[in-house]
Structures are given as structure tokens and as C-alpha cells.
Design a protein around this ligand. Structure first.
Ligand code: SAH
Length: 464
């Protein structure tokens, strides 16, 4: 973590003046920014050239005089003149923070980019190092925040005393506020001018539920990049009191939860068994029964090789409410990484997600036939036994010439790819990169873009 040379804060300007010395475009830019506040904005210059119409400002068409800074919170100097220099001296003498436009060395403060959903404000600053980045970040935050979120924040503020008197438990209060600011129903009511009554109804409901009911969300975290999560997954992670996650979910994704959320790693790394499945089932049921919102975060999609079946059964049996949030499964990330259409007209009429680990001869006979008939196989949990599985598929009738492609760390920045045929895979012990892998088998693999893939030695796979 680096250190800041400036400190962001929210500075009171209500009832005070903000003085801008200058009448050109730069003064206008600052005026646009500071007229977002309730301060009286005063423009002073003998030459007011920019068009300030539409902004609520007081125009004073003369040189600056010292008395202009009476009752003033902030000063901007946006012109070069003797009068402007006097304004700088006067601001410093009075200890009023000063911004000299485009002269960082003379500034006491800088103006950040602002996302304005008053009273909610987000200020973005890069201390002048990367204005383009600040703009991009701002655009993302703008898209994230509903235009009505400010009104809803005001609703929350207006209800504070009522909430305190009706809900005594701190966690329950937080749940009410979370529901208030995230509920689409409240937003719709606010849009229809019914925000206050909707918020009060919601408050009454929360006050009624003496103690909150827990819930478990089985959430797909995707293949391991922060931006391959769904928006719903992100939102629920932010709401969760506890995050129970597998080893395969990278830290960066777990950290997307609330900062004060409890984090429990239940291991399940290959070869490590910190929690048995039965212990995990018991854990999530217990946490929910304590009234907590539990995010059970699983890699990829929770319903695919995620032991979701057992966890859902345990939750049903215990009467705990649950919800499933889908995620991008590893095979789909691997298909995207390599531009491999796993279904392809006239080539592959289907796509099978199967586990290599624990597959018996019956399974393999079946898959060999499917692959032979054109279907694409995506084999999970097969990296360490890849040559063996390839050899067994051939024994069961799959052609050694069938194309295969392997993606290690699919969907992540550090992915590695390998291509060849079933025959070359069967014949070689490959030193794969560290990390989980998907093995594709089938004719459609050839249609992918495997140009950067490491070629398994001795293979006859042609790159499309
Ligand atoms: N629910 C997960 C699968 C969990 S089983 C999903 O839908 O993706 C674990 C197996 O998933 C690993 O052995 C590996 O085969 C695969 N896997 C998980 N993440 C992966 C990734 N980023 N790249 C390649 N394979 C991955």
C-alpha cells in the first residue's frame, strides 16, 4: 500500500461562499463542479467571457478586492493577473484553502472527479498522476450506482431515529439498511414518489422479525478472475456476514466481500482435507441458524462438480433457505480462452462435462463412443492422470487421432494451453504448468485457436 500526499475529506461549504477569480473556460469548469454544492458560488473578473448561464452563480464584473473573501470556504484562481495574485495572497493570509488552476505547486488542494448522487458522493483522485484512469474509474462507478441512490440515501438518513427506536440489535439494523438501499422495490417506489411510505413498510417488516433469519447462497465464483463473477454474485458477496470458500477460489475474489465479513476457508485442495464434506454441511447450517447470511463460494459453477447436491440436501433437511447463483464453469472459460466452439454445426452436436477422476471403464466406454460420434468432452479433475485417461479412452474405442486441447488456469491471466491428439497425450508424460486444468477431447477442438499452445511431442495435430 502506497502513501498519499493528499487526504480526501468532505469539507463543509454550506452557508459559505466559494470564490472563483477568473471568467474564462477554466473558471467555468470549476464553477460546474462547485455548483453541485449549496455554497454561494461567486465569479469575479473584469472579463467574464465564458457562458455561465444555467449555473447558479453570482457574477461580479470587476477586479478582485480583499473583502471578496469574507465568509469564504474555498478560493479558485483561474486567470493570470495582478488582481489574481492579490487574491492568492489574501487567501493565504486568511488561511482559506486555495486552488490555482493548472499550477499544482501553488495549490493547497486538488479537485477530484466526482460521482454525484447527493448526499452520496464518490470522489476519485490519482493526485494528478493518471487523469485517464480516474475518468475510467468514474465511468464504472457511475454505471454501478442507480440515479436514484441519492434519494434512497436521504430516505435512510430521514429514518435514522425511527430505526434506532424500533430495531435495537446492530446487525439487524444493518440488515434493514442493506435491504433499504439494495431493494428494487424501494427504488421503484421512490421513482413513483412513494419512497417514504415504502421505506416505512420495510422498516415495520424488519422490526417485526425479532431475530433475523439466516440464509445460504451457493455462489459460483467463476474460474478465478475477479471480473468473471456475475453482478449478482458480487452483490451477495457484499451482503454476506460470512464467506465460506473453497481452496480453488482465489483470494482476490474472496476479498470482494464486505471487509468485516468473516472468512472461512474449507480447504478441499487436492491432497489436503481441512474440512470433510459432512463438516462443511454442518458448518453452513449452523451459521445460517445463527441468523447469518452465508455466502458459500465455490469455484466455477456451484452445480458442476461442486458437491452442491450434498449441501442443498443438508440445507433442505434443516429448513434453511438457500439460493443458487450460477457461475462461469471452468470448461466454458477454457472454451473462451481458446476460441473453441464446443458445439459446432456438422461437427459437434453436444458437449459433455465429465470427471476424469474416479471414472471407471464403463464411463470411459461411454465417453469414447460420444467423442467418436463428434461430441466434445470436457474432462474435469484429470490433469495428473491425463495420459492414463487418454490411453483408456483409446482402449475403449476412441480414435488416437482425435484432437485434444488442455487449458491450465482457464479464465486467468496465467493460463497455459497444450494441444495434440489422444494418441500423443497417451504416449507422453507431460510436465503441465501448476494449477487446475480442463481437457477437451473431440473434433471441434480443431476449430479453436490453439496457435499459442504448447504442442504435445510427436503429435499430428494441425493448427487451424
Ligand atoms: N465447480 C467448478 C469445478 C470444480 S471441480 C467449475 O464449474 O468449474 C475442480 C476442477 O475444476 C479442477 O480439477 C479442474 O478440472 C477444474 N477447474 C477449476 N478451475 C479451473 C480453472 N481456472 N482452469 C481450468 N480448470 C479449472
Amino acid at each position: 500500500m502506497g502513501y498519499l500526499n493528499t487526504f480526501p475529506l468532505s469539507y463543509k461549504v454550506q452557508g459559505l461562499r466559494i470564490v472563483i477569480v477568473g471568467g474564462g473556460e477554466e473558471a467555468l469548469n470549476k464553477a460546474r463542479l462547485v455548483t453541485k454544492t449549496t455554497a454561494q458560488v461567486v465569479i469575479i473578473s473584469p472579463q467574464i467571457e465564458a457562458d455561465f448561464s444555467g449555473l447558479s452563480v453570482t457574477l461580479i464584473e470587476r477586479d478582485f478586492i480583499a473583502a471578496d473573501l469574507d465568509n469564504t470556504a474555498l478560493v479558485f484562481v483561474a486567470e493570470e493577473s495582478a488582481a489574481a495574485d492579490r487574491a492568492k495572497v489574501e487567501a493565504r493570509a486568511r488561511g482559506i484553502p486555495l486552488n490555482v488552476v493548472d499550477v499544482p505547486a501553488e495549490c493547497d488542494f486538488y479537485t477530484p472527479s466526482i460521482v454525484d448522487r447527493a448526499p452520496l458522493t464518490v470522489a476519485i483522485s490519482t493526485e494528478g498522476d493518471a487523469p485517464v484512469l480516474a475518468r475510467l474509474v468514474r465511468a464504472r462507478i457511475e454505471a454501478m450506482l442507480s440515479p436514484r441512490i441519492g434519494k434512497i440515501a436521504r430516505l435512510a438518513g430521514g429514518l435514522r431515529h425511527k430505526v434506532e427506536s424500533l430495531i435495537h440489535d446492530g446487525a439487524a439494523r444493518r440488515r434493514f439498511y442493506e435491504a433499504l438501499v439494495t431493494s428494487p422495490a424501494i427504488e421503484a417506489a421512490e421513482a413513483a414518489g412513494q419512497g417514504v411510505s415504502a421505506a416505512e413498510t420495510l422498516l415495520a417488516q424488519h422490526a417485526d422479525t425479532a431475530h433475523a433469519n439466516g440464509v445460504v447462497w451457493l455462489i459460483g465464483a467463476g474460474p478465478g478472475s475477479e471480473d468473471l463473477l456475475t453482478l449478482r454474485a458480487q452483490r451477495l458477496l457484499q451482503e454476506a456476514d460470512v464467506i465460506v470458500h473453497d481452496q480453488l477460489v482465489p483470494d482476490a475474489v474472496v476479498q470482494m466481500g464486505r471487509r468485516d465479513a468473516e472468512q472461512i476457508s474449507v480447504g478441499k485442495a487436492k491432497g489436503h482435507h481441512s474440512f470433510s464434506q459432512a463438516q462443511i454441511n454442518t458448518l453452513i447450517v449452523r451459521l445460517a441458524k445463527e441468523g447469518k447470511k452465508v455466502a458459500r463460494l465455490k469455484s466455477g459453477d456451484p452445480m458442476i462438480f461442486g458437491r452442491a447436491g450434498e449441501e442443498i440436501a443438508a440445507l433442505r433437511k434443516a429448513g434453511v433457505p438457500y439460493q443458487i447463483v450460477p457461475g462461469v464453469s471452468a470448461a466454458l472459460a477454457a472454451a473462451a480462452d481458446t476460441a473453441t466452439p464446443v458445439t459446432l454445426r456438422k461437427v459437434s452436436s453436444g458437449f459433455v462435462m465429465a470427471t476424469a477422476h474416479g471414472a471407471d471403464d464403463g464411463d470411459l466406454t461411454h465417453w469414447a463412443a460420444l467423442a467418436q460420434s463428434g461430441l466434445t468432452l470436457a474432462l474435469y479433475m484429470g490433469k495428473s492422470i491425463a495420459p492414463d485417461v487418454a490411453a483408456r479412452l483409446i482402449e475403449q474405442g476412441a480414435s488416437p487421432a482425435l484432437p485434444i486441447g488442455i487449458v491450465v488456469n482457464a479464465g486467468r491471466a496465467d493460463k497455459s494451453t497444450y494441444c495434440g491428439t489422444l494418441g500423443t497425450l497417451a504416449a507422453n508424460a507431460v510436465a503441465f504448468a501448476d494449477g487446475p486444468a480442463i481437457i477437451f477431447v473431440g473434433e471441434a477442438v480443431e476449430a479453436g485457436d490453439w496457435a499459442d499452445a504448447a504442442q504435445l511431442t510427436g503429435m499430428s495435430f494441425k493448427v487451424a
